[in-house]
Design a protein around this ligand. Structure first.
Ligand SMILES: [Zn+2]
Length: 121
């Protein structure tokens, strides 16, 4: 089994709807994202998946969120923009368009030094 890992980051504001506590207030984070993809077979170049392509796709996805209020951007205008939901959203979106035989095995999203959520599809 091979795994490749790519990273991206974005700065965004969010507030958690329905939360009793400080996170219900609009506040910001420098989010860090780490995506792991896995698969058994390498292509003819010896790659599981091209780092450059994977990174470009991840960065294009998070670019929509950079310097924005997540609560105003689909799907988080409806879905609560928790770190867990951000991780799942990125995992699902990134799975679309993966080469055959390559799976997103996890998406790790860090919102602060001490708070990290991981989604494993
Ligand atoms: Zn927060």
């Amino acid at each position: 089994m091979f795994e490749v890992i790519v990273e991206a980051s974005f700065a965004a504001a969010h507030s958690l709807r329905g939360y009793q506590g400080k996170c219900a207030q609009l506040h910001g984070h420098n989010f860090r994202v780490r995506l792991t993809a896995e698969g058994e077979k390498l292509n003819e170049l010896g790659l599981l998946v091209d780092f450059t392509v994977l990174k470009r796709r991840l960065r294009q996805l998070v670019e929509r969120f950079d310097h924005e209020n997540l609560n105003e951007i689909p799907p988080f205008d409806v879905l609560n923009p928790s770190t867990e939901n951000i991780a799942r959203y990125l995992a699902v979106e990134m799975q679309t368009g993966m080469p055959e035989g390559v799976r997103v095995s996890s998406v790790w999203v860090q919102e602060t030094d001490a708070n990290i959520a991981v989604y494993r599809p």
